[in-house]
Design a protein around this ligand. Structure first.
Ligand code: BGC
Length: 768
């Protein structure tokens, strides 16, 4: 049974009633972030029950020494982890000397709401303590989009049936650890703890990586919303600082604490200035004040929603889910800093180390490209461009040469830090998605300048890798790629994974094609790049030879491309014939059994067909879907979206909807029973794709933007907007009509259901 305690609501995620069993799940679901930092929805006050504490700062990581049973040459020395950062949200509360702790007191009327429209988390409840004292608590918290180094909390208490002493103990604590630390190491070195009137700062640095971070808090008080001053006492430990404020409060009066807090860090400030810089930030937000800051927060989120929102009429759970996905993506990455990226768990948990995967290029870029200005997607591409030297070094460590690059499967700074051999060494298809993302960007935005300025160098380096990684098979009289793991990680060390071979050939062809364009039209860039990369005619010929003679496994009998050599030797029993108790197979079966089975973790051949759909006719696409989907267990969060999009394309509407539900409410309904570990941020972009490319049928091949809108029977209508080459296009689809509106100056040429339309400024085009 999946979890079902989240109340359906169009704009909010709501927990009604206190669900003790779901505290860690809720901490993930109600997470907040502002692109620069984020935190799980831990309670401000002490909680003695099961909880998973987490605050994270974008870009701050620790190289946790690799832990494996059997060391293999070439393994990365460490796994880069985004660190659990010092906690600034804590406010312990004592009422007449009794600690407020939801694990030990009686809790009534508990409600928690994540208002996605405004980017605000609230929590209210009535607590009854062991002495019978009842009090009403209301807490509001947000991480500011305007000042992305700061967050704010207003925490109010009203005694219901007594008058008595309330003590607030706001604190900051740098004594935190990562639950997933390999050697139970402590990652933070505390350098300085500084106290001022109602402010405190802890300067710390990470061991090894030496990121310096200042964590701070500034507090103030109000009684019935009128500012009051309270005396404080200070309590310090080696790693934390707490202030204690006590006062008597009459029954029915409301005492509030305002706490502003956050981080400054050495990626953005000289390390000597970090305390001073944070003082300035916290002073500024305190002067603006909680209510005004909150108002600014609402306005900033309104701006994001203006283009990013998708509306769904007639299905409130679907509406809630798509907004949740869009909201979490924006909380994770806003695109202004090319040193940051999108970890599969964002700022909501430790798993996957907060590092960058191929998920960004394969899934997230289209979302950011269509819902934000193009510089955002460009920043994601530049992230990889800036790590090209490391990718060349990485390939060098594995024996490749002459500027061949292998981008890492998992990285924080460009170095590979994944240490399962079948993924680190073999899951090389990720290299192709770097080039696919460049193609996607240029094709969608029309900004070709990216290729001469940056992209060409990456393409040459990746094409070199493929040329060297392919070997010639005399038996087949073709180039083959041996010993790989495809996107389907339930097969290791296989030969000729169709997807990898296809992508390798495509990468080389695309690189060579663009070299020709540069040679003809961007002569100075061409010259610079040829010299920088020492690219020769021999290189060109060798690459072309590999691409022209690449081998693709194919079955005449089944008339499908084979996932890999020998795939048909498996017992091809469809997934629906497996006992329910056997699934998920990654939790129920031994690894060797999984490897021998035909079961597919996520789209593999179908991932290629999705990327290069324009190269296959619908009949071929359907044949491959019919062959592979029944063998797919969708045990990666990245799987259902690709299947939903293809199912829409081939008219399998029920399947498309089933897969859509699975991707969109994966975390809200906890399909995989793991939401307590954090949210699946990167697959959320897949949910967006399932609507826009799936139901909306948006495609963008060869500089042509097209739509083929359909609507699930369960919905009344849906609408989405895209930013396309500087214009904002709104698409609305109901069962009876489809409307396109151009909300900007430039006319937009589109194909709708195969027919060309030019949509001019403010024009409404209705297609029945
Ligand atoms: C998937 C990978 C993905 C990773 C991070 C794995 O389960 O198989 O394709 O990159 O998760 O999301």
């Amino acid at each position: 049974m999946n979890q079902d305690y989240i109340i359906p609501n169009e704009w909010s995620i709501i927990e009604d009633g206190f669900h003790k069993d779901h505290v860690t799940a809720s901490e993930s679901i109600f997470s907040i972030g502002n692109g620069a930092m984020g935190q799980r929805a831990n309670f401000e006050e002490n909680y003695s029950g099961d909880t998973f504490q987490g605050s994270y700062i974008g870009g701050i990581y620790y190289p946790d020494k690799t832990r494996v049973g059997w060391w293999k040459n070439g393994y990365p020395e460490y796994f880069a982890k985004v660190l659990n950062a010092p906690n600034w949200i804590g406010i312990n509360v004592n009422i007449n000397g009794i600690s407020l702790d939801l694990n030990t007191c009686k809790v009534y009327e508990f409600e928690r709401e994540l208002n996605m429209k405004e980017g605000v988390l609230t929590r209210s409840f009535i607590a009854e303590l062991s002495n019978g004292n009842q009090l009403k608590i209301f807490a509001t918290r947000f991480l500011s989009l305007d000042f992305n180094e700061a967050g704010a909390i207003k925490y109010s208490i009203t005694p219901i049936n007594f008058s008595g002493e309330i003590e607030f103990i706001p604190y900051i604590d740098a004594g935190i650890v990562n639950e997933d630390s390999n050697y139970d190491e402590y990652f933070w070195d505390i350098l300085q703890i500084e106290e001022q009137k109602n402010e405190a700062y802890i300067l710390s640095k990470t061991y090894k990586t030496e990121f310096h971070v200042c964590t701070g808090m500034k507090v103030g008080f109000a009684l019935n919303d009128y500012e009051i001053i309270l005396d404080k006492e200070t309590e310090k430990t080696e790693k934390s600082i707490a202030f204690k404020y006590k006062t008597n409060v009459k029954q029915g009066d409301t005492l509030s604490i305002y706490k502003y807090g956050g981080y400054t860090q050495s990626m953005n400030h000289p390390k000597e200035n970090l305390i001073f810089a944070l003082e300035k930030v916290l002073q500024k937000v305190a002067i603006i004040g909680f209510d005004n800051l909150l108002q600014k927060q609402k306005e900033a989120w309104a701006k994001i929603w203006e283009t990013a929102d998708i509306t769904i009429e007639g299905d409130v759970k679907a509406q809630q889910a798509i907004r949740f996905n869009i909201f979490q993506l924006n909380q994770t990455y806003l695109g202004e800093d090319s040193r940051l990226n999108i970890g599969p768990k964002g700022f909501t948990g430790e798993k996957y180390g907060g590092s960058t995967y191929w998920d960004t290029e394969a899934y997230c870029i289209p979302f950011y490209m269509s819902t934000k200005d193009k510089h955002v997607a460009k920043n994601l591409l530049l992230y990889r461009y800036n790590q090209l030297d490391k990718a060349i070094e990485n390939a060098g460590k594995l024996g490749f040469n002459s500027g061949a690059a292998l981008y890492p499967m998992v990285t924080m700074n460009g170095e590979e830090c994944h240490n399962e051999w079948e993924i680190t060494f073999e899951e090389i298809h990720r290299n192709g998605s770097m080039i696919y993302a460049i193609y996607n960007y240029v094709n969608y935005t029309g900004d070709y300048s990216y290729i001469p300025e940056f992209g060409m160098e990456v393409m040459i380096a990746v094409a070199r890798f493929w040329q060297q990684r392919a070997t010639f098979s005399k038996a087949k009289d073709k180039f083959v790629i041996l010993g790989v793991t495809g996107p389907n990680e339930y097969e290791n060390n296989i030969n000729n994974n169709w997807y990898t071979n296809y992508l390798a050939k495509w990468c080389i062809d695309y690189a060579l094609e663009n070299l020709q364009v540069l040679k003809a039209d961007y002569k100075a860039d061409y010259q610079r790049i040829i010299e920088k990369t020492k690219f020769s005619k021999n290189n060109f010929d060798a690459m072309k030879n590999v691409a022209d003679n690449m081998y693709f496994p194919f079955s005449e009998k089944e008339d499908v491309f084979l996932q890999q050599d020998g795939f048909l030797d498996k017992e091809l029993i469809p997934v629906d014939q497996l006992e329910k108790s056997e699934r998920p197979i990654n939790q129920k079966w031994s690894w060797d059994r999984i490897l021998r089975s035909p079961y597919i973790k996520q789209a593999d051949v179908l991932q290629g067909i999705y990327f290069f759909e324009n190269e296959f006719d619908t009949k071929t696409i359907k044949k491959h879907f019919d062959f592979y989907e029944p063998l797919t267990v969708h045990e990666s969060s990245l799987s259902p979206c690709v299947h939903s999009i293809i199912a829409s394309k081939i008219g399998m509407n029920n399947k498309a909807y089933e897969m859509y539900l699975r991707t969109s409410r994966l975390d809200l309904d906890d399909y995989n029973h793991e939401v307590h570990e954090g949210l699946h941020i990167t697959s959320m972009a897949g949910t967006w794709l399932s609507i826009v490319q799936g139901f909306g049928g948006m495609r963008n091949f060869d500089n042509v933007l097209s739509f083929n809108p359909q609507i699930p029977k369960e919905w009344k209508s849906y609408s989405f907007k895209i930013d396309y080459r500087g214009s904002t296009l709104k698409v609305y689809k109901s069962h009876s009509e489809c409307k396109f509106t151009n909300e900007s100056e430039l006319p937009v040429p589109v194909f709708v259901n195969g027919e060309e339309k030019i949509i001019s400024k403010d024009e409404l085009v209705i297609i029945s």
